[in-house]
Design a protein around this ligand. Sequence first.
Ligand SMILES: CC(C)(COP(=O)(O)OP(=O)(O)OC[C@H]1O[C@@H](n2cnc3c(N)ncnc32)[C@H](O)[C@@H]1OP(=O)(O)O)[C@@H](O)C(=O)NCCC(=O)NCCS
Length: 250
Amino acid sequence: MSQYIVQTARYEHLQLAEEICLHMEESAKARGTGIAKRSPDYIKQKMVEGKAVVATTISGRFVGFCYIESWGHGKYVANSGLIVHPDHRKSGIAKEIKQKVFDLTRKKYPASKIFGITTSLAVMKINSALGYKPVTFSELTDDDNFWKGCASCTNYDVLTRTNRKMCLCTGMLYDPAEEEKNKKKPWDFAKQSKLYERWLRFKKHVLFKQPKDKPADEGEADKPKEKESERVLVYSILAIALGCAIYLAA
Ligand SMILES: CC(C)(COP(=O)(O)OP(=O)(O)OC[C@H]1O[C@@H](n2cnc3c(N)ncnc32)[C@H](O)[C@@H]1OP(=O)(O)O)[C@@H](O)C(=O)NCCC(=O)NCCS
């Protein structure tokens, strides 16, 4: 018998909201990336609306959490705020939580595209098994409120200076219409993870390369901008190449 209970959050779980927020903050600090800030009230609201999944021990102690958010008038939904208590990691609990919240999302929003952005290899692995595919940011929601959530991330300047075209996170999307049409193999994360790790290193190299401090003269003033556009162009070409490689390998 499993040592955990994974279920849609109920009123009895409202008391866990503070602890959940604390763990979210701690893990953001530890990873040095930062995540969208959530207040205990926001977490409670998700629980009350039946849009959250919580994992606890048999005795009711907090183990993990994730919730549903909808964007672009419900055209897109995201399963956000995934967190597992450090004492319970690597035991398959995130996989169970994500499966549960995915099933709940499909039930509540059957026609919506489900997406996520992440730097976490574990999350990419779990999402791939659920049928998500890696996509460019342009295929994700353009709802400003979603992207505003990135403002508390330490890499936010990368997102803004690339006009939301790219950042350290990888975008992943589950499109129910596509899935229905061609029931393709899920993206094979195990096969592709080495490729992904190299891709992430490349992204860091390109995105964190700073333009030169001072232009030599007035005419040089636009060069940093040009360099930035060049980088965006090179990055876009390579992103397409990576997409093709993954598609051909699948
Ligand atoms: C990311 C996180 C939710 C994973 O939780 P978890 O319960 O340890 O994950 P699971 O045990 O269900 O593992 C799922 C898969 O990812 C793999 N995995 C887990 N941690 C990993 C890591 N750090 N690096 C690479 N793979 C990892 C597991 O081996 C497993 O793969 P398998 O299916 O082949 O066995 C947890 O580490 C966490 O809460 N981190 C801090 C918050 C965070 O990063 N949230 C995600 C924001 S997008």
